[in-house]
Design a protein around this ligand. Structure first.
Ligand code: DER
Length: 232
């Protein structure tokens, strides 16, 4: 399908342009990143380049191990050269919604340790404003015992509707790689996302939000016609 080829094109371009020999590379989570790991593995083999990879989830770790790429972590490499990750939506100032796959906490931590965060996505993620195309809400990772009061506080303070993310392949709520719950904040208005991210993060029990503000250096969008749109 053109969606998968669009993801693949964006992923290949990002890996080809932004990964260099001896780089420490943050590997994001989700489906688009799979193509990036495939390309990285190809380049390691063909060009004999050395890289070490830091995962952002159990899924990312599995990808690294399956492709026999060297695995490292933030204790050994607290500073990364580049992090390549997907997004659920990107607005026209490169603010991201992430966390559709429930991996936002480690993704934001690893991205914050990288010299540059490069986003790879298909054309359905390329919006002017957040909420235009992505309708599943802004993910917020919370300590399980606090999810109900946090839900109420966000709805009272900022409007919209907050839903506890329920699992599909497991009874009950989604439990993240870090043992937390995810709240999805839907029907939000247009906010100053930098301000909102800060205000959400100080609510007791909120661990992290899926709002990545002023973090991404560049985004590559694969388009339906096979071309690639770059956004700085
Ligand atoms: O959950 C996440 O943050 C993922 O990176 C998500 O934002 C992108 O996943 P996709 O590449 O499968 O759309």
């Amino acid at each position: 399908t053109s969606l998968e080829s669009a993801k693949r094109a964006a992923a290949f371009k990002a890996v080809d342009l932004h990964v260099h020999n001896n780089n420490i590379v943050g590997i994001g989570s989700g489906s688009t990143v799979i193509y990036a790991v495939e390309r990285l593995s190809e380049r390691v083999k063909n060009e004999k380049i050395n890289v070490q990879c830091v995962p952002t989830s159990f899924q990312a770790r599995q990808l690294i191990v399956q492709h026999k790429l060297p695995l490292t972590d933030l204790e050994i490499h607290p500073r990364l050269d580049v992090c390549i990750d997907g997004a659920d939506e990107v607005d026209n100032s490169l603010t991201l919604i992430k966390g559709g796959g429930g991996c936002l906490l480690q993704e934001k931590i690893v991205a914050s340790c990288a010299k540059e965060l490069i986003i790879i996505a298909d054309f359905t993620k390329n919006s002017h404003k957040l909420g235009e195309q992505y309708k599943k809400g802004i993910p917020i990772e919370v300590v399980p015992m606090a999810y109900a009061p946090i839900k109420t506080q966000i709805e009272n303070l900022y409007g919209g509707a907050v839903e506890l993310r329920m699992a599909k392949a497991k009874a009950g709520p989604v439990v993240t790689d870090n043992g937390n719950f995810i709240l999805d904040w839907k029907n939000f208005q247009d906010y100053n996302w930098e301000e909102i991210n800060t205000k959400l993060n100080v609510i007791p029990g909120v661990v992290e939000t899926g709002l990545f503000v002023k973090m991404a250096k560049k985004a590559y969008f694969g388009l339906a016609d096979g071309s690639i749109k770059e956004q700085l």
